[in-house]
Design a protein. Structure first.
Length: 180
């Protein structure tokens, strides 16, 4: 982990996250356990923005945003790398699906009204340059199915198979991040 107050290039949670109202409510049900992971100051700070946004792209049709805390999402684990929600689920033996915001589970994939896209800042993260990493689709496949339904994944599986048949087995890998 980088020093506090510096950019975390391996933390996809630098900015907070849009969180469906249902996910927010589930997070609050696990608040006691989450507080044991967060820094004392983050335990008592409001975790979410107060205003609910109406957004048809979210399962409930509404979302809030997690607040930023010390240059990252309030749920960025404060004694190590990673998401406190994800860590709490592992430590507590509960399923993080429906609790950890789906936009976080999808990263580096994202979506807008009619498209699934790659996050604009994906190339800023070191994971974009791992030669043995799974494809973005393979990495996000289960979450895509959970969020958008099995028919989408069936269609994407078919597109992936067609692409694999028509392209070389190995594409060139960029080994260094682009220079600013």
């Amino acid at each position: 982990m980088k020093q506090e107050g510096t950019e975390r290039l391996d933390a996809c949670c630098q900015y907070g996250a849009d969180t469906d109202i249902g996910e927010r409510d589930q997070i609050l049900l696990h608040a006691a356990q989450l507080r044991t992971i967060l820094r004392p100051e983050a335990r008592t700070t409001p975790w979410f923005t107060a205003n609910e946004e109406v957004d048809a792209d979210f399962p409930s049709g509404r979302h809030v945003r997690t607040r930023q805390f010390r240059a990252g999402c309030v749920f960025l684990a404060h004694d190590g790398r990673g998401c406190a929600i994800h860590r709490a689920s592992i430590e507590g033996g509960w399923d993080f699906h429906g609790v950890k915001p789906h936009v976080c589970r999808l990263f580096p994939l994202s979506y807008d009204t009619e498209s699934i896209v790659v996050s604009d800042d994906y190339l800023d993260y070191s994971c974009a340059y791992e030669p043995d990493a799974p494809t973005l689709y393979r990495n996000g496949r289960d979450t895509l199915a959970a969020v958008f339904g099995e028919p989408l994944v069936v269609a994407l599986d078919a597109a992936e198979a067609q692409l694999r048949r028509s392209t070389p087995a190995r594409l060139p890998v960029i080994t260094e991040p682009p220079r600013p």
